[in-house]
Design a protein around this ligand. Structure first.
Ligand SMILES: NC(=O)c1ccc[n+]([C@@H]2O[C@H](COP(=O)([O-])OP(=O)(O)OC[C@H]3O[C@@H](n4cnc5c(N)ncnc54)[C@H](OP(=O)(O)O)[C@@H]3O)[C@@H](O)[C@H]2O)c1
Length: 341
């Protein structure tokens, strides 16, 4: 679902090499895209709109068609017999819906009632990097500042960056349509919106709330986030300051992270080696570097965490959840319906 989108097209790419037996793959998009061809595993699929018989007989749906579409269609797909792995924010904080990052909290998937939520891309790459630290030394507080790419907002946002960049280089003054301000050659300290007078954005709230849900922590885990949009096409970068419960030196942290599947440590700053957004693009791992002690506070480390927001931040994790559900025989498991509301 959302097969023509930035995430949906990446899902099709990642799904082609997934460890799941596929008898048929169906591509759903909006009415606008009915009949449009999308690529899958060396061939093409014709997009269908949602509705009617098209949603019958599906075992698994990976959805990235936006929150309002998931709000309406995920329960209908579950009623029709499918398990839904949902990329949107709509179901993530729902009590009956597990929020799963594979390699971090796989067991949470066991308790699904038809919907499994895929976390926000910014949160996802950060918790991958923090989970080994959480397990080894405990974490008291996280302060994260993000440098988020435009593809995190979807295809139209990528087009806007390209169009604005070309126009500005030609001396023109383009309008901002997708973002609240010009994004080309600029840095915008607003990702998503400010809801109901809140002075944190909805993206910043997602980072704070989803991090706690994934790690199974309550308010005792301090999380503070500032989310910023930068003119990068793909790959979110994050400056993460983490205060641990137990002492953990930068060297111990490097060794700990390097042992963990799904993490690549790139940390020789004197030689110019640290993760870059362009290194992360097209990779499924999360890249970590610039690991160093924070001289202003005890038991505190700073690090630089980079990931492809469309891969582990969205499509890769969604497909890994699907693999997990298949391996644990949780696709056709008996379940009670999700409570709506
Ligand atoms: N981009 C990221 O890095 C990222 C990461 C994690 C999660 N997400 C979440 O994933 C979702 C999709 O993001 P995206 O970046 O892929 O957006 P996108 O590029 O704008 O794609 C949106 C997709 O949803 C489809 N769609 C829209 N309305 C629909 C409807 N009424 N019925 C069926 N399909 C419909 C679109 O189809 P048409 O082409 O036919 O309009 C398109 O395939 C969002 O909820 C986003 O928050 C995104």
């Amino acid at each position: 679902m959302g097969a023509t989108g930035a995430v949906g097209s990446t899902i099709l790419e990642v799904l082609a090499r997934a460890r799941i037996p596929l008898s048929e793959v169906v591509a759903f998009a909006s009415e606008r895209s009915a009949g449009k061809q999308v690529e899958f595993d060396g061939s093409t699929l014709e997009c269908r709109p949602l509705g009617g018989d098209a949603i019958e007989g599906l075992d698994l749906v990976i959805s990235s068609a936006g929150g309002s579409v998931s709000a309406e269609w995920a329960p209908r797909l579950v009623d029709a017999g499918a398990v839904v792995v949902d990329n949107t924010s709509y179901w993530r904080m729902h009590d009956d819906v597990p929020l799963v990052v594979t390699g971090v909290n796989d067991d949470a998937a066991r308790d699904h009632h038809g919907i499994v939520a895929n976390p926000n891309c910014t949160t996802m790459q950060m918790v991958v990097a923090l989970k080994p630290i959480w397990d080894a030394a405990g974490i008291e507080r996280i302060v994260v500042s993000t440098y988020q790419s435009v593809s995190g907002t979807g295809r139209r946002a990528v087009d806007e960056l390209r169009t604005q960049s070309r126009a500005l280089l030609e001396g023109e003054h383009p309008e901002a349509e997708v973002f609240p301000h010009q994004v080309a050659f600029n840095v915008i300290p607003q990702v998503e919106t400010f809801a109901d007078g809140d002075d944190y954005t909805t993206e910043e709230r997602k980072v704070m709330n989803e991090t706690r849900k994934i790690l199974g922590a309550g308010d005792e885990l301090g999380v503070s986030s500032t989310c910023v949009r930068v003119p990068v096409v793909t790959g979110h970068s994050e400056s993460v300051n983490v205060q641990t419960r137990e002492e953990l030196s930068p060297e111990q942290c490097r060794k700990l992270l390097a042992r963990h599947p799904g993490i690549v440590v790139m940390d020789a700053p004197g030689e110019g080696i640290y993760p870059l957004a362009i290194d992360a693009e097209g990779r499924d791992e999360v890249l970590v570097g610039r690991i160093r002690s924070d001289p202003s506070r005890e038991r505190c480390l700073n690090m630089w965490v980079v990931g492809d927001n469309l891969r582990k931040g969205a499509a890769t994790n969604a497909v890994q959840i699907a693999e997990l559900l298949h391996e644990r025989e949780l696709i056709r498991a008996p379940r009670r319906p999700v409570r709506i509301g």
